[in-house]
Design a protein around this ligand. Structure first.
Ligand SMILES: NC(=O)c1ccc[n+]([C@@H]2O[C@H](COP(=O)([O-])OP(=O)(O)OC[C@H]3O[C@@H](n4cnc5c(N)ncnc54)[C@H](OP(=O)(O)O)[C@@H]3O)[C@@H](O)[C@H]2O)c1
Length: 283
């Protein structure tokens, strides 16, 4: 299948490109080759490649930057996604748009279903909600896949940040009242690959199973990496000043994909697998 991946150098896009390379005719693009906020550029790329499927993983993902530059977040995540959707429409390509737990307001302390009403409370969430809306407005063949708290190889992520502080002997203070689901990019990519083979278009929540506070996530990482005795101070989100306001509870429930037989393992097992892959697993 001719498949175009945007954000192909990012956490999710790079893994999808790697995994699909043998079975699909894959073209990966990123900001250094095609900027999807330029309609003519993405349109020309899509017209030339004529993909049957576009996996739209490109986005402005730094939530604090989005809070500081809400117009830019909207331009990239909202209107940029509209450009991709319109280009898909022209060649009748299916589109998979990756969205986020941050389209929800964080008040639901239970699990959030695929069709619960969205209500973002920050610029990133708003821009991603606009992305969802433009995909739904323009296309019939679409998947919207919401996920949360992605961790992936390399670069800066929550796991590396926690382990770095632990190794340097710096005090650890982690927020206890922000709850979602840590999700491994490898597991998400596998679930997406299964999903696109179904052609069951619609809205999906693809996250590892379970739920965690930031604190519990950090605790698990430290326990598995040999820092069991290290204390982590529990702090509230209000004590951790940052430009963005993440939703307090945004535990996505996978029911639509589970109905198709697509489930992800518990997040604790995924963290263990990740640390093993990175050579960081001790216990
Ligand atoms: N990371 C998470 O915790 C998380 C959680 C929930 C949902 N998501 C969603 O999952 C998707 C994949 O996330 P990710 O973590 O893999 O993202 P990522 O690692 O930040 O990768 C996104 C890629 O898109 C590129 N990009 C940004 N603007 C672009 C533009 N105008 N044209 C072309 N490329 C552009 C970025 O380039 P630069 O790096 O140069 O900007 C980057 O290479 C995103 O839609 C994100 O919103 C992520």
């Amino acid at each position: 299948m001719r498949t175009l991946i945007t954000g192909a150098k990012g956490r999710l896009g790079s893994r999808l490109a790697e995994r699909l390379n043998h079975s699909h005719e894959v073209t990966g693009i990123d900001i250094d080759s095609v900027d999807f906020t330029d309609f003519q550029a993405i349109r020309q790329t899509v017209r030339t490649l004529k993909p049957e499927l576009v996996l739209h993983c490109g986005a402005m993902t730094a939530v604090d930057e989005c809070a500081l530059n809400p117009d830019e977040a909207l331009r990239v995540n909202g209107y940029g996604t509209k450009n991709v959707a319109l280009a898909c429409l022209e060649v009748d390509a299916a589109m998979l748009y990756v969205s986020t737990n941050e389209v929800f307001d964080g008040r639901n302390t239970g699990e959030i279903s695929e069709y619960d009403p969205v209500h973002p409370i920050n610029s990133y969430g708003y821009s991603k909600m606009v992305g969802e809306q433009v995909v739904r407005d323009h296309l019939r063949k679409f998947y919207i896949v919401r996920t949360s708290w992605l961790f992936a190889q390399g670069g800066n992520n929550f796991i590396h940040a926690i382990l770095k502080r632990a190794r340097e002997g710096q005090p650890l203070r982690v927020v206890v009242n922000e709850v979602a689901v840590p999700t491994y990019n490898y597991d998400l990519a596998e679930a997406i690959i299964k999903l696109i083979s179904t052609q069951q278009y619609g809205i999906y929540h693809l996250v590892n199973a379970g739920r965690a506070s930031r604190w519990a996530f950090a605790r698990k990482v430290l326990d598995l990496a040999g820092f069991e005795s290290l204390e982590i101070e529990k702090i509230s989100a209000a004590e951790y000043a940052r430009p963005s306001t993440p939703p307090e509870y945004s535990v996505l429930k996978n029911s639509a994909a589970a109905a198709l037989g697509i489930t992800l393992r518990p997040w604790q097992d995924a963290v263990q697998a990740y640390l093993q892959h990175e050579g960081l697993l001790i216990s």
